[in-house]
Design a protein. Structure first.
Length: 254
């Protein structure tokens, strides 16, 4: 059995994968001690860890949304650690059977994973940080910058701008899909122009609750020759699934 883990800012999702099916889905508050106990109990032979962090050569460079800066689980089974949005995109490419795809996760922040010819594109380590492209303005971003996409549209900025939890706004279909949503759609259009993916998969605790029809707004900012499918993935375990797929791939290479 392979264990797929998605360590988020608030919650950790976990599941088991036998190479075909995912079972034993579980969610608990992000906490290192609980996590260690769960890993021990699982008796997994390999582990895929997805983490809301910028990683370079396996090291955490930056993790503004996590409750810890560094962590060492002291694992004695093979494991891989990968950025959470990359895991999401990888799972989407497997599930939709598409070789070229971008996956965008919207939760507390915004992440993007790029899959090119079935492989995650890392650049120098942290490629695809769509949440921190410059839109403009002076609003401070969680990364230390100013006027980034996340300042207009993300879990943390929606709470600040609208005075309500983003997840609840989308679940109740009370989000106004206003100019801040347009800012997001323009950023996605720009990403499509860069990579020309066959699918844009959008997910995460907030992204997975966006009204898919509203996302057709993205096409308004694109030349008509660019028409990727835009799909909302309503599966909170996609990131953990991607981590499990990646752990399985790494076992094949041992
Ligand atoms: Zn930023």
């Amino acid at each position: 059995m392979i264990l797929g883990i998605d360590i988020g800012g608030s919650f950790t999702d976990m599941l088991l994968f036998d190479g075909k099916r995912f079972t034993a889905h579980k969610t608990f508050p992000t906490n290192i001690e609980i996590l260690k106990n769960e890993i021990e109990r699982s008796e997994a032979k390999a582990i895929g860890i997805a983490i809301a962090a910028w990683l370079r050569e396996g090291k955490i460079l930056h993790a503004p949304n996590l409750p810890f800066k560094e962590f060492d689980l002291k694992l004695n089974v093979p494991y891989i650690m990968e950025n959470d949005a990359n895991c999401f995109a990888y799972a989407a490419s497997k599930i939709f059977n598409e070789k070229n795809l971008i996956g965008i996760t919207i939760g507390t922040g915004i992440g993007m994973g790029i899959v090119i010819e079935e492989k995650i594109y890392h650049g120098n380590g942290i490629a695809g940080e769509l949440g921190h492209i410059v839109i403009g303005g002076d609003e401070p971003c969680v990364c230390g910058g100013k006027g980034h996409l996340e300042c207009y549209f993300s879990g943390w900025s929606i709470r600040k701008r609208y005075g309500r939890e983003a997840k609840e706004l989308f679940e109740k279909n009370e989000f106004p899909y206003d100019e801040n949503f347009d800012v997001f759609c323009k950023a996605v259009a720009n990403a499509i122009l860069l990579f020309d993916p066959s699918i844009v998969a959008i997910g995460g605790r907030i992204g997975g609750r966006i009204d898919e029809k509203k996302l057709s707004r993205i096409y308004d900012f694109l030349p008509s020759q660019f028409k990727p499918k835009i799909k909302v993935v309503k599966d909170d375990y996609m990131v953990a699934k991607g981590a499990a797929y990646l752990a399985m791939e790494s076992l094949k290479n041992i």
